[in-house]
Design a protein around this ligand. Structure first.
Ligand code: MTE
Ligand code: MO
Length: 486
């Protein structure tokens, strides 16, 4: 048999998961449709954008304003849906990677790897000949197929052994946890924005390959190729192969449509079901990695983008007008010793300065210097009770739904070396835009966890008792994950 059953099965599964990855990837791109080669994401320096909305010049640009709706024909699940798009993308990535590993493993143990891996350089010349033959609208002689012709073999080998791993690596390099612990890994790709741009180009390459591949399957003998791909050899019933093949492709597209529709209809269930799959990879990337970032002062971004509009409540305005003289940070909940700290109290505690990279979930990044109190010092002072497992950070700001913005962080993260409460940025007192008078920095996670305009830290046993119970404002309303390490 030319095409063993495992080969046919992994081929179709690969196509199925790739469809989810591409669709959800387009969804994620829609949340920040600008691509850069520099990690400052400086407005105006993008090399490609799919953004219609101009950048406002008269007020700070809140990057959430850039999110755009994606048609459900292109995006998974469609609409304005970064949170669920990420869930679909990472869940599909897990299955796609496992399927790919099974395929490569079986390729090796079955000895079939020789059908794919070139063993002689003469394949380059043969591939060129095959290319010229196809250009003249002919097919290479079937004797040249073993079972693929040289051009086919080279293209498939490149997709399996180069493009696939390239997408996995450039995807991983966008993880705040990995980049915090291994800054040199992301630097291979030119940093987070380089990795993101290359990841996008990898998507383009995959789409281009799929189009050419499908076109060739159709024009070089559709029914015979379908018999190969479904029944393993061309002697089989070719008519039945075409029907089964088209049915399978139709079912794949139906699955994209139905899962997109269902996850927009029941977003909380989709968040939970897909979350169960991706959390075993997501949480360790945030909790087990350690930030050891020490960027030089020269790499600080000319301008750090802003997300979240400053609070426009009367109590915050009154505090700001008095230069935060009356502001206090409350630390309470499951603590042995509740704290009520003024700005002067915080300045009397140990001080730490770090130059780190900010990773927004939407896709942009920026580098800044932060100075503040290690959260560990606050934990020492408040004496957490043994039951305490999460820190809930409450803001003066109201989120998009009108409720006070909050986020929860695992207590273990509170003692990470670069987790601080920052009151200075780039040597200046923290500006209102960036969270005055105090904001969280937790450098192995995405930016949305770093609550700005802090008013209170509450220690709890379980974040499910707070807000809508998902772990924070963004988890509650935008279906993000509670401990986002990627
Ligand atoms: N209170 C509050 N904190 C917040 C937000 C917000 O909307 N409200 N946005 C978060 C997000 S999504 C990001 S990326 C960072 C942005 O920090 P910056 O504006 O200082 O760059 O703040 C985080 N902290
Ligand atoms: Mo963000």
């Amino acid at each position: 048999m030319d095409f063993p059953a495992w080969l046919r099965a992994t081929h179709w599964l690969n196509a199925f998961f790739l469809g989810f990855l591409i669709r959800a990837g387009i969804q994620i791109l829609g949340a920040y449709p600008r691509l850069y080669w520099n990690d400052h994401s400086t407005p105006g320096t993008e090399w490609l954008k799919f953004a219609r909305r101009p950048i406002p010049s008269d007020r700070p640009w809140i990057t959430l304003e850039q999110e755009r709706d994606v048609s459900p024909l292109l995006g998974q699940p469609g609409g304005n849906n970064l949170g669920l798009g990420r869930h679909w993308h990472f869940a599909a990535a897990l299955f796609w990677i496992v399927n790919g590993l099974v395929y490569v493993l079986l390729l090796v143990v079955s000895g079939e790897w020789q059908r794919l891996v070139p063993t002689s350089l003469s394949i380059v010349g043969e591939a060129w000949q095959a290319f010229l033959t196809y250009l003249s609208l002919q097919q290479p002689p079937s004797a040249a197929h073993s079972p693929y012709d040289a051009l086919q073999q080279l293209a498939y080998a490149a997709v399996v052994f180069l493009l696939g791993p390239f997408l996995i690596l450039t995807g991983a390099a966008q993880s705040p946890g990995l980049e915090a612990q291994f800054p040199r890994f992301a630097a291979i790709f030119g940093g987070r924005q380089g990795a993101r741009s290359l990841h996008f180009l990898g998507l383009v390459a995959f789409v281009a390959f799929t189009l050419v591949h499908t076109f060739m399957v159709v024009v070089t003998g559709f029914s015979r190729n379908m018999a190969d791909m479904l029944f393993g050899e061309h002697g089989a019933d070719e008519g039945a192969a075409v029907i089964v093949g088209l049915g399978l492709i139709g079912a794949m597209f139906a699955a994209y449509g139905i899962t997109s529709w269902a996850s927009r209809r029941w977003p909380r269930s989709a968040q939970h079901a897909l979350g169960r799959l991706i959390r075993p990879a997501m949480r360790p990337l945030a909790l087990r990695t350690r930030s050891r970032q020490h960027y030089p002062a020269a790499s600080i971004s000319p301008e750090l983008l802003v997300n979240g509009a400053p609070p426009d409540t009367a109590d915050y305005r009154a505090l700001a007008e008095a230069a935060f003289a009356g502001w206090r940070l409350d630390v309470d909940g499951l603590v042995g010793r509740p704290l009520h700290l003024s700005a002067a109290d915080l300045r009397g505690m140990p001080e730490q300065t770090q130059i780190t990279k900010h990773h927004c979930i939407q896709g942009w990044s920026g580098i800044a210097e932060w100075t503040g109190v290690p959260l560990g010092a606050i934990l020492d002072a408040c004496a957490p009770q043994p039951k305490a497992r999460f820190l809930v950070f409450h803001s003066y700001q109201l989120d998009e739904s009108g409720r006070p913005f909050y986020e929860s962080v695992d207590l273990a993260l509170g003692r990470h070396p670069q987790t601080i409460l920052a009151y200075r940025m780039n040597g200046e007192p923290l500006s209102v835009e960036h969270g005055a008078p105090l904001r969280l920095r937790v450098e192995t996670e995405l930016g949305f966890k770093m609550v700005k305009w802090l008013r209170r830290i509450e220690l709890v046993a379980d974040y499910r008792t707070v807000g809508q119970g998902q772990g924070g404002s963004r988890e509650d309303t935008m279906f993000y994950e509670q401990a986002p390490g990627i």
